[in-house]
Every structure is written in C-alpha cells, then in structure tokens.
Design a protein around this ligand. Structure first.
Ligand SMILES: [Zn+2]
Length: 420
C-alpha cells in the first residue's frame, strides 16, 4: 500500500473523530483538552493538572466545579497509563457532555494518538473541545515541488504540509528584450534565444537534482509571471518523470520568495484538485468496467464484502458520507452472535427492537448490541487482510455523488472475476 493510498483512510479517520468531537458542547466551561507533545514528562503534565484541579475548586457553580474536577481526575488517570508520551504525543479530551438535554451529562473521555508529532503543550478548559491543532493534520502531507521561472530568474522550492523550503534561486544571465546598439536585430534575437534555451536546460537539470530524489513527490507546480513558464514546460527541459508530475501551471506576480508564497496560498486549492483528479480517475475506471460488463467490479455492501472475503478486491471505493454502522448483536444467555448493518440514526432503535426479541438460537430475550464499528473501518479492516487498496472518495465531486447515490457508497474494482 503506498503512502498516498493509506492516507485517504487515515485522514478520513481523523476527520471523522474530530468532526464528532468538535460538535460536542459542554453545559458550561467544563470541557478539558490536553495536548502532550512527545518528549514531555508525564509527571510534569500530572503536576500541572494537580494545580488546575486546585484552581478549579474556586469555581462558583457547583455543577461546573464538580464536572471540571471530575474531568481533570479522569485525564490524570488516563495519563498514568503511560510511562512516557507515545511517539507522536498524545491528546486527551474529557468532559461532561449532555446526552439528552440538561441534567443528562455524562463524562466522556477520548484519547487520540495523532498521526504525526504534535508540537504543542496545552491545557484548556472551555465549553468546547479544542480540536483545531489536530485539524491542521488533515492537510495533505505529501510533498509538492514548486518551480517558478521567467526569463530573468528561477526559484525551486518544496512544500510538505505547511513546511516550505526554498531550495534554490537562479539568475538567467539572459539579456533583456531590448538590444544594445550596433547589433543586428535578428542576430540579437537568435543569441538571446540561445541563451534562453541554455538557461532552460540549466533550470531543468537543477529541477531533476532537487525534485527527482524526493520520495512520493505528489506533484510539481509550475509558475511565474508571463508566458515563459509555458515555453519552459513545452520544451524538453524536465525529466519525463517530472513532466508527468506537473499538476498545475499558475500565474504568479513574482519569481522570488514572494512568488513561492503566492503558490503556497493557492496550494490547498491545487491539492484538492489533484485529489479530485485521482478520485475521478478511479471512478471512471469503475464505470468503464461496469459499462463494458467485464465482471471486474462489484458494488453494494453484501457483494463487496463477499468479494473482499474471497480476496478478489484490488481497490475498495468507499464514500466519505456513509453514515452506517456495523453492529455486533450478541445473546448474553447462549453466546449466539450475528452482525447487522444499520444506518447510524437507526442504531438506537435497533437496540430498542432487540430488547424484547427472543434469541434465534436459545429463545431467551437476551439480545443486545455488544460492539459497533463504522462501516468504513469495518470494510477497510477486511481489505487489509488481502492487501486491497482502500480509497475514501469525497462526496463533493460529481463522481463521489454517483458512488454515494447510485452504488450505495460501497464499490470495488476487482483483481479477478468473483464467483456468483
Ligand atoms: Zn441465545
């Protein structure tokens, strides 16, 4: 599984958790967020929380005071399970969340292992959870190359997540368009063009040196003022691998560092477009197989699940807007167990329906939901057993809408024809 493939699932997971957390509201200022960066001593954090516990004892409202103090104790308990913070640090959210109107608060605790190191040490007590520092991790993390070029200079930079490195700045040495007196216009033009081509070749070589060694270079963005960037792109100055990676050619006002910053400002939009193109390509492949009746695709939860179990799936396509849960229903009398797929909003009514229902095996009215899993996680887990690639497709695009509406949000491109 390549990094980019895994990341659409990883990002989906984090996004889903953060969306759920961000929507939670406390009754008062009583939700605790704690960020522990790697390398921080757990004992320091526990001591800091002890001080906060002391401060909280001055809170006037009895309920808020109790809820804050309870939350702090819970966080301390969780922290004590760690000798030191995990590799990427640790984030804990804890607080009394109203379950069903006022008075129904229940302390909820969430321990998040961030997908990359957090570099912030923070304690906040607020009416909401402070998820924004984790939200930043949802940004694409692949590296993009930036190459700005005009007739007088060129700048090469790399952008990885938020990290921008200006690697190289070159000047062309190509004389301006107006010639010095005494030379023939045509000779001057020819000479200038030759110098320009030499300069392009030089820029291309530097680009190869800088960008080719980057593992998982996601794309190359060309820019600069005026038409020179297009001339550069059209010529054979870039290695063919890099040429294939050009994802966008954009206008900037400058070639210098300022120009690079202009590209960075537009980067989120460019990256969305790149992902969109990937998703479109996947969906088009899926639709091609359907249209040509090749038998190399399947869709709908049951068929896809069967194909996954037989190892037939090459690429699993899942809509990011599936609000569906895989629930394990178990009989506490005889141990009978079955799995059911339900829409998230139907989960509560499933539990209600089960409460009076006899177990199909022992007939005792002892059925209950013992475990739930998001359908995306559930199918991705199955995919993992046979190294099928998992792509979470955004429902923002037309293709994503089609996956969601016409194919139930679950589809697969197959390695071989699946039986049945
Ligand atoms: Zn039973």
């Amino acid at each position: 599984m390549s990094t980019s493939k895994k990341s659409s699932l990883e990002l989906f997971r984090l996004k889903k958790t953060l969306t759920a957390l961000a929507s939670k509201e406390g009754r008062g200022t009583e939700l605790v967020s704690v960020y522990v960066p790697p390398g921080k001593q757990i004992s320091d954090v526990i001591n800091m929380l002890r001080d906060e516990y002391g401060t909280a004892s001055n809170i006037k409202s009895t309920t808020t005071r109790k809820n804050v103090m309870d939350a702090i104790v819970k966080v301390q308990q969780r922290l004590k399970l760690f000798k030191e913070p995990p590799e990427n640090g640790l984030v804990i959210f804890c607080g009394a969340i109203p379950q069903n109107g006022p008075g129904s608060e229940r302390i909820e605790t969430y321990v998040i292992h961030p997908p990359e190191p957090i570099n912030i040490y923070l304690y906040r007590c607020d009416a909401r959870f402070h998820t924004e520092h984790l939200q930043e991790m949802l940004r694409e993390k692949e590296t993009y190359g930036i190459l700005l070029v005009d007739a007088s200079e060129a700048t090469l930079a790399t952008l990885q997540g938020r990290r921008l490195d200006i690697v190289l700045e070159l000047t062309s040495g190509v004389p301006g368009k107006t010639r010095a007196g005494g030379q023939s216009a045509r000779r001057y033009e020819r000479l200038r063009d030759m110098r320009l081509q030499e300069y392009f070749t030089r820029v291309g070589k530097h680009a190869d040196d800088v960008f080719l060694p980057i593992e998982n270079l996601k794309g190359l963005i060309l820019g600069g003022p005026g038409p020179t960037k297009f001339d550069f792109e059209k010529g054979d100055h870039l290695n063919y691998v890099l040429k294939d990676k050009v994802v966008d050619v954009i206008d900037t006002s400058y070639v210098s560092e300022q120009g690079v910053k202009e590209v960075v400002d537009k980067a989120p939009e460019i990256m969305r477009k790149v992902r969109y193109v990937e998703e479109k390509r996947l969906m088009q492949q899926f639709l091609y197989e359907i249209g040509h009746d090749t038998g190399l695709v399947t869709y709908g939860e049951e068929d896809v699940r069967r194909a996954l179990q037989s190892g037939a799936v090459r690429t699993l396509l899942l809509s990011d807007s599936l609000e569906v849960t895989r629930a394990t229903v178990k009989c506490s009398a005889c141990g009978y167990q079955e799995q059911q797929t339900v829409k998230n909003q139907m989960l509560a009514s499933l539990e209600q329906t089960l409460s009076g229902k006899p177990c199909p095996k022992c007939k005792a009215p002892a059925l209950g939901v013992t475990e739930t899993q998001d359908i995306v996680e559930n199918l991705a887990e199955l995919a993992g057993y046979t190294n099928a690639e998992v792509e979470v497709i955004s429902s923002e695009s037309e293709e994503g809408q089609m996956l969601k509406n016409s194919f139930g949000g679950i589809a697969a491109i197959l390695r071989f024809k699946s039986q049945g």
